[in-house]
Ligand binder design. Structure first.
Ligand SMILES: Nc1ncnc2c1ncn2[C@@H]1O[C@H](COP(=O)(O)OP(=O)(O)OP(=O)(O)O)[C@@H](O)[C@H]1O
Ligand SMILES: [Mg+2]
Length: 236
């Protein structure tokens, strides 16, 4: 692999939670994690429940601050360490470089579904008509009926909310895309759409890192697997 195909490089990453209101209990989520993600491939993270997979993705997205280590990414043509970036820089990185699909949609009441989906493009300054058209295309592909597009997803089913979340995560062209169990509440038809969308991102050269409960999706999209136990030291 040539060096510039590395989009994300994690080195000696440690994450500890300190529970201040529970006798200052310390939980070591993971320690000494090393991994690399390359352009055009999907790296799948495996490990049993509670092994720190979601925590790792959230740390890669800058939701959690690592205790130690580095997360090097290519951002605006330069190598940037996310662990040592200011909050303002992290916001910029999330707008332009790293996308993240969490398992559950964080619903903001009163914001229509189509606007939630178009938001990442509007934030980047894309023309509103173009952003809404792209949002429509994705909602159609993910089988969200058009009579729901102007409603807030507050009342949507679990699977509908997950598909809105996916459309929001896939609409912009982020060079790095993090996926935390994106198909957990989907039926087979929509699961296949998500598989297709992931293949399209790979073909565009995106570096994907994902956690997939569903073996069918996992086997279809995975180029490489890493196990939480083999990429770092797990401390109970
Ligand atoms: N915000 C938090 N504060 C304190 N502890 C946390 C927090 N988030 C996660 N943990 C702990 O870190 C450990 C790893 O959790 P995580 O959610 O990353 O696991 P996971 O591998 O994604 O599991 P699953 O497959 O069940 O989703 C767990 O022991 C969990 O209790
Ligand atoms: Mg998880």
């Amino acid at each position: 692999m040539v060096m510039d195909s590395v989009y994300l490089s994690v080195e000696k990453l440690d994450k500890t939670f300190l529970l201040h209101n529970q006798n200052k209990t310390r939980i070591n989520a993971f320690k000494d994690i090393d991994l690399k993600a390359y352009r055009g491939e999907c790296l799948v993270i495996r490990g049993e429940s509670g092994s720190g997979k979601s925590t790792l993705l959230k740390t890669l997205y800058g939701n959690y601050l690592a205790k130690d280590g580095h997360i090097f990414i290519q951002h605006r043509g330069a190598r940037v360490d996310l662990v040592r970036s200011e909050p303002r820089k992290i916001m910029q990185i999330r707008k332009e470089t790293i996308g993240y699909v969490s398992q559950f949609l964080r619903v903001v009441p009163r914001v229509p579904c189509i606007n939630i989906v178009a938001e990442p493009l509007l934030e980047r300054g894309v023309d509103q008509a173009i952003a809404l058209e792209k949002a429509q295309t994705l909602l159609e592909r993910l089988h969200i009926p058009s009579h729901l597009w102007n409603l807030s997803p507050v009342t949507f089913s679990g699977g509908e909310q997950q598909r809105v979340n996916l459309a929001h995560g896939f609409i912009a062209d982020y060079p790095i895309l993090l996926l935390d169990e994106p198909t957990a509440s989907l039926d087979a038809m929509n699961r296949d759409v998500v598989t297709e969308l992931i293949h399209e991102k790979k073909a565009q050269g995106v570096a994907l890192i994902g956690i997939f409960h569903d073996a069918h999706v996992r086997e279809s999209v995975a180029d490489r697997y890493v196990d939480m136990h083999s990429i770092g030291t797990l401390t109970p």
